[in-house]
Design a protein around this ligand. Structure first.
Ligand code: HEM
Length: 383
């Protein structure tokens, strides 16, 4: 898609046929991410389409301040590691134990699918443990979560049909999490869901619906994004054996490698859900009140006006700045966890897989235009 972004940036703010505006340059995207006249709440659209109405109210990702801030603060209080510095080491050890188990599982097999065997189960196991969702229920919510993310924003197929599929998945996931929240209320444990249902602090309590939408957001965001970062990362390394070898010798290089991946091969390409609350003049264009705004994050991170030689993957850049986690009040809540997960996974894969080779290049990709990553990543390696 990157050639398309080069063309897109010729018009930093471009009106589409359907009346929405696509913003593709770094400076303009950052300005709009921080502009209080830009809402994340689809109810502010001039003509809210039926397909935009979800079966449940929005989680805080789809709300504006002050409701957004209250729910985000409340959730932050219970998310714990790695947000509280003292707990990062414990978290690191736990992540290492999980990834070691997964890599042990494929060792000696000479062949693996890095998505199904490693990149997917790793963040899922982590977010389930943090939230207090039984890992064995994963096959049940996996399909709902996938359905929900694959129907975000524009895509292939009939719009109403996509909306119907989305509603069904939202309702089923909501019912599942509602029952689970009830069980945690009766018998709280040391997990995020228990924290959310029992909180009586200044921002609490959360309503039953708020608990459901918040935990659904964490569950989906926590396991549909990091998988792509790890898979995109492994694909980049497998195509660049000298870099893979360097990472093996210099494990600390993984920190900058992950940042450069978030810039060059980000899991989230677009934020399709913003709305103008007023007429907004930007880059010679006036976005009218009520219009839909699409922020092309992946394009902004490769804007040559902002980054030197933007299409070159270079973890040695002295300063890596990207839009991989968005920005402003909605800046990714899980960024510290996602960074830690990706760093540990890539470092361990580089260290332990001997002479890994891609079986199919390019690999098959997931169907979503918003979230980008391989569906499968088949590799062979020596024992
Ligand atoms: C928000 C990316 C991992 C939880 C966001 C946003 C982006 C993003 C671009 C901004 C959305 C917007 O402005 O509309 C990513 C990427 C990840 C990742 C690339 C992995 C590599 C995670 C994880 C969690 C998480 C692991 C869960 C713990 C959230 C939440 C929000 C968010 C709750 C909404 C924040 C708010 O509205 O205040 N993420 N994310 N993310 N992310 Fe992540």
């Amino acid at each position: 898609p990157y050639r398309l972004y080069t063309e897109l940036r010729d018009t930093p703010v471009a009106r589409q046929e359907d009346g929405s505006y696509v913003v593709s340059t770094y400076r303009e995207i950052v300005a709009l991410l921080h502009d209080p006249r830009v809402s994340s709440d689809r109810r502010n659209l001039a003509e809210p389409a039926h397909a935009d109405q979800d079966a449940l109210p929005s989680a805080f990702i789809g709300l504006d301040p002050p409701e957004h801030d209250r729910l985000r603060r409340l959730t932050m209080r219970h998310f714990g590691p790695p947000h509280s510095p003292g707990k990062v080491d414990a978290m690191r050890a736990e992540l290492l134990e999980i990834i070691t188990g997964l890599i042990d599982g494929v060792a000696g097999r000479a062949r693996a699918d890095l998505v199904d065997d490693i990149a997917y189960p790793f963040p899922v196991t982590v977010i389930c443990r943090l939230l207090g969702v039984p890992r064995e229920d994963e096959p049940r919510f996996h399909r709902w979560a996938e359905e929900i993310v694959e129907t975000i924003g524009p895509g292939e197929g009939d719009r109403d049909e996509r909306a119907r599929r989305r509603q069904a998945a939202v309702l089923e996931l909501g019912r599942y999490l509602g029952e689970l929240a009830e069980a945690h209320r009766r018998d709280p444990g040391d997990d995020v869901l228990s924290g959310l249902v029992t909180d009586q602090g200044p921002d609490g309590p959360m309503s039953g619906t708020e608990v459901i939408t918040t935990s659904a957001l964490l569950l989906i965001a926590g396991h549909e994004t990091t998988v792509n970062l790890i898979a995109n990362g492994m694909l980049t390394l497998l195509r660049d054996p000298p870099l893979l070898e360097r990472l093996r010798r210099e494990p600390d290089l993984v920190v900058h490698t992950v940042e450069e991946l978030l810039r060059c091969e980000p899991p989230v390409h677009f934020l399709p859900q913003r709305v103008a609350l007023d007429d907004i003049a930007i880059a010679g264009v006036t976005i009218p009140k009520g219009a839909s705004i699409v922020l092309a994050l992946a394009s902004g991170s490769r804007d040559p006006a902002h980054v030197h030689d933007p299409d070159r993957f270079d973890p040695d850049r002295p300063y890596i700045q990207h839009l991989g986690f968005g920005g402003g009040v909605h800046h990714c809540f899980g960024a510290p966890l996602a960074r830690l997960e990706a760093q540990i996974a890539l470092r361990e894969l580089a260290r332990r897989l001997v002479n890994p080779r891609l079986v199919t290049d390019p690999p098959p990709y997931r169907p979503s235009s918003t979230l980008r990553g391989p569906r499968h990543l088949d590799i062979e390696y020596d024992d």
